[in-house]
Design a protein around this ligand. Structure first.
Ligand SMILES: Cc1cc2nc3c(=O)[nH]c(=O)nc-3n(C[C@H](O)[C@H](O)[C@H](O)COP(=O)(O)OP(=O)(O)OC[C@H]3O[C@@H](n4cnc5c(N)ncnc54)[C@H](O)[C@@H]3O)c2cc1C
Length: 504
């Protein structure tokens, strides 16, 4: 006889945990089945370099989209920390500095790089308009989907057309003149998304990077991303959720019999898929949805010291926000064209961020006192297809290019700053899209499970939470749902609400 539950959740990523908490809180019996030995999926903190006590956010690293309401509803003790520096972009021997509050120093930096303050004025007005959009859209995320017309009327501003109706590349090219400034703006449309600036996939990605909590501010998870998992797991356990880890679900029948690789099977009224929609399709033997390949390389690093820069800026400022390099608009477009033609880009656009400048608690006290730091590098426009032929070889080539590119801006070469393992190897871990599929089941390494979608339903389509599937008792509760991508808990919350609406 199969054991029976009200709800079975396939996958214990953070969204699966959020859904489990809401459902258990409402009195449902919940079973979470997780393939890996540990919970959290793409939100794990791990001691990546075993000889050093540093717990890195191994995959996702910054938080913006997680609504405060979810933290409050579930009583989580999870804090995020703001950053004074928004970004720094070296350009030859100078650099573009942008503070989070667009201060005088930022204005001066724009003037030095572009020759006037025109681009700075445009920057302020563009992002003020985007903020208006965010303030309208963010509060709708935990309710059934608004229609396109409802949301457009609520926004009631020309920014709607720039972000939704026309390719984002048009707005960037019209509003900004400088190649470097244009590139910094566009990068938010390309994180984890393999798209040309004139492809609507870039609009959708841009939107998710700028609406979080009505501000679009990206904050550092105190104690690392794994802290969110720790809090959610403790909460779910206290509410009586049953967890079985190291158990891969191998099939789901339409009448919700869930079978696992170890031969066990379980029954439930409802099934929530925290795994990607492509994985769900395989488990149910239905047609796989179309999705873009993941297109990023993530490099985790531990450093003995931060490198000094040729521009003379203090490394504690340069690396405190997002450090962009080789992300000019022309670099991004050229890298996209080369990768789309199956060639490793000559210049791989990339950005980096240092967790420990904002929160050193992920380091042991000894490492923190000795001045160690972590750096996370995110290389873009490196789609999974580039790695199919020779994953290790292509990773090595891309890493070499990235370090060479980065070193052109540094006084201290990166290799001299990286911590070393006792065998002399550098503390540097490279994850390609194929590695992400292998380690955390992200199809083709797509960090959002599948392409992001606009946060509304078309006029005339049925009322929806954005989590529904063709089976009335089976819902998505992961990044692949509408309004799903990123560390947000939103699809977890919305899937739980879809079930509770049916059972109340
Ligand atoms: C390298 C990287 C960097 C990122 N950076 C950021 C960032 O800084 N900020 C941000 O907001 N987002 C970021 N993201 C995206 C974000 O992490 C994800 O979109 C989000 O965490 C997905 O959460 P989830 O719970 O929906 O799914 P997942 O975290 O993917 O969890 C799904 C779970 O399902 C399990 N599973 C899959 N198949 C099965 C099966 N057959 N049986 C049982 N279990 C199964 C998996 O093992 C996994 O634990 C990043 C992602 C990556 C990979």
């Amino acid at each position: 006889m199969s054991q029976s539950f009200d709800v079975i959740i396939i996958g214990g990523g953070h969204n699966g945990l959020v859904a489990a908490c809401y459902l258990a809180k409402a009195g449902k019996s919940v079973l979470v089945l997780e393939k890996e030995a540990s919970l959290g999926g793409a939100t794990a903190s791990q001691q990546v370099f075993p000889e050093y006590e540093a717990r890195l956010s191994r995959y996702s690293y910054l938080v913006s989209l997680l609504p405060q309401k979810i933290i409050d509803d579930l009583g989580l003790s999870f804090e995020t920390l703001g950053r004074d520096v928004a970004s720094y972009t070296p350009d030859g021997d100078v650099g573009l500095f942008v503070s989070s509050d667009w201060n005088q120093e930022s204005e001066e930096s724009f003037r030095k790089i572009t020759g006037s303050t025109e681009e700075f004025e445009e920057w302020k007005s563009f992002y003020t308009e985007v903020l208006h959009f965010a303030q309208v859209v963010a509060p709708t995320m935990l309710s059934p989907l608004p229609t396109r017309s409802e949301l457009r009327e609520a926004v009631d501003h020309p920014i709607w057309d720039e972000l939704i109706e026309r390719p984002i590349g048009e707005a960037i090219e019209r509003r900004f003149k400088n190649d470097l400034v244009r590139g910094v703006v566009l990068t938010d449309g390309l994180i984890g998304t393999f798209a040309d600036a004139h492809d609507f996939a870039a609009n959708r990605c841009f939107l998710y990077h700028l609406v979080g909590n009505s501000t679009g501010e990206w904050r550092v998870p105190k104690g690392g991303m794994g802290n969110l998992v720790k809090e959610l797991t403790a909460k779910a356990k206290s509410l009586g959720v049953t967890f079985i880890t190291s158990t891969e679900v191998t099939s789901i029948s339409a009448d919700r019999q869930v079978s696992c690789a170890d031969g066990q099977s379980y029954m439930s009224e409802y099934v929530l898929a925290n795994c990607a929609p492509q994985v769900l399709a395989k488990l149910m033997q239905t047609l796989k949805p179309q999705a873009l390949d993941g297109s990023q390389v993530k490099i985790n690093m531990l450093l003995q010291k931060l490198p000094r820069l040729k521009s003379g800026v203090d490394p504690k400022i340069a690396f405190a926000g997002t450090f962009h390099f080789d992300e000019r608009y022309s670099d991004l477009q050229e890298a996209y064209a080369q990768s789309a033609a199956g060639i490793i880009p000559d210049v791989v656009p990339a950005e980096m961020y240092c967790h420990t400048l904002t929160d050193s608690s992920i380091l042991s006290p000894e490492l923190a006192a000795a001045g160690y730091h972590t750096l996370t590098l995110f290389g873009i426009h490196t789609p999974a297809a580039l790695f199919d032929r020779d994953n290790e070889g292509v990773k090595s080539e891309i890493t070499t290019r990235l370090i060479r590119q980065l070193n052109t801006y540094l006084l201290d070469p990166l290799e001299e700053c990286l911590a070393k393992n006792s065998d002399g190897s550098l503390c540097l871990e490279v994850k390609s899209p194929l590695d992400l599929e292998e380690s955390i089941s992200l199809p083709r390494g797509n960090i959002f499970h599948k392409d992001l979608s606009f946060p509304f339903r078309e006029d005339g389509t049925p009322v929806s939470w954005g989590v529904e599937t063709e089976h009335p008792n089976i819902f998505l509760c992961g990044a692949g749902a509408i309004r799903g991508g990123g560390v947000s808990g939103i699809p977890g919350h919305n899937a739980a609400m879809a079930v509770l609406t049916l059972t109340d």
